[in-house]
Design a protein around this ligand. Sequence first.
Ligand code: FPP
Length: 277
Amino acid sequence: MNLAARKTVVWPPVESRDWPESEKGLLAKLSARAMPRHVAVIMDGNGRWSKQQGLLDRIRGHEAGIESVREITRTAAMLGISVLTLYAFSKENWQRPRHEVAALMRLLERFAVQERDELMENDIRLETIGDVADLPSSVRREILKTVELTRGNGGTTLILALSYGGRDDVIRAVKRIATEVAAGNIDPKEIDEDYLARYMDTANKPDPDLLIRTSGEFRISNFLLWQIAYTELFVTPVMWPEFRRAHFLEALVEYGQRERRYGGLGDLDSPPRPARP
Ligand code: FPP
């Protein structure tokens, strides 16, 4: 399985020469080798940020959030993170007021068009997960154009989760497998975790190592349910429009300090056990 091979990066990244000392300090605590391969983000708090700023329109928060998307994506690329998945629009988000959904769709379309140069310059490939067919045709068309344009890029893969739901992802995978079973192409006994993973939207991608949620809510909100079985969670009170490179570096530093045990004992098991008499 191609699990998004890590690109060799110059370390520390050349661009970090211009960073403030505080960010250089955080960077010094990281190493290219210990970097998560896949970071997923629940970008939350745009509406509350607007309110805090005294703005009457929640849309302003979504607009401001674009700058965070740009900065986090560029930083992920700089650090050699293979996959960055952003929860941009959930299946449930269709229930929001019509004008908010329309504004989010406009922002997505504009993002797909305006970021083309930036994505090409930084060798970033754009992909999507979710039911892209649900999106208005003009939005879908511009996103697919950018996906096509960036297909050959070999750096970070930026995945936008669009009209995405974790349960929906599982259901669509199960339906496709059931069709294969009904056609006699696979024996149900052969279905295991790897097999199911190949039918999920994230096929051929490593599971997220780190999931960041902004705005302080301790919820998963139907994001990548299957894929985050052993993902490290990082929740920050910072609202998404204010989440910048320094916050991202802090999350990565904390990730580097976590001991991942995958249900085993990890280092807890390392002290030599006394020999049995
Ligand atoms: C949650 O904040 C955020 C969203 C539902 C949408 C996220 C979208 C963006 C950051 C902009 C578009 C993205 C791209 C990639 C172009 P919320 O509205 O639920 O905030 P609240 O919980 O404070 O109300």
